[in-house]
Design a protein around this ligand. Structure first.
Ligand SMILES: [Zn+2]
Ligand SMILES: [Zn+2]
Length: 102
């Protein structure tokens, strides 16, 4: 399935766009770290409706460098979620005609 990147004009296969988002738009994924509880989470916001996706990240053990080391893995998961949302809610905005694709 070809689609447009939700954050810019890049166009391509969904998997290519997914990878492109990690390469080009990692700054759209915000990570938070609560020092006292050790809880970590990421937040990514839909560029079309402003919906914020937040999910807790569970690092193995207490690795203070976890967020830095796994930033691209976290971004992959975060962008996967936002892509799903965008395809369901904003398909026309990313150049996808769901009726035609199915
Ligand atoms: Zn882009
Ligand atoms: Zn949205």
């Amino acid at each position: 399935m070809d689609m447009k990147c939700p954050f810019c004009q890049e166009f391509g296969e969904r998997t290519t766009i997914h990878r492109h988002m990690v390469d080009a738009h990692m700054d759209h994924v915000t990570t938070t770290h609560d020092e006292s509880s050790g809880k970590m989470a990421f937040v990514v916001t839909c560029p079309f409706c402003g919906l914020a996706y937040s999910r807790q990240v569970k690092p193995r053990g207490r690795n203070p460098r976890f967020l830095e080391e796994f930033r691209s893995e976290i971004a992959l998961v975060a962008f996967d979620q936002i892509l799903l949302h965008v395809l369901v809610r904003h398909a026309p905005e990313v150049g996808v005609d769901l009726d035609r694709e199915s």
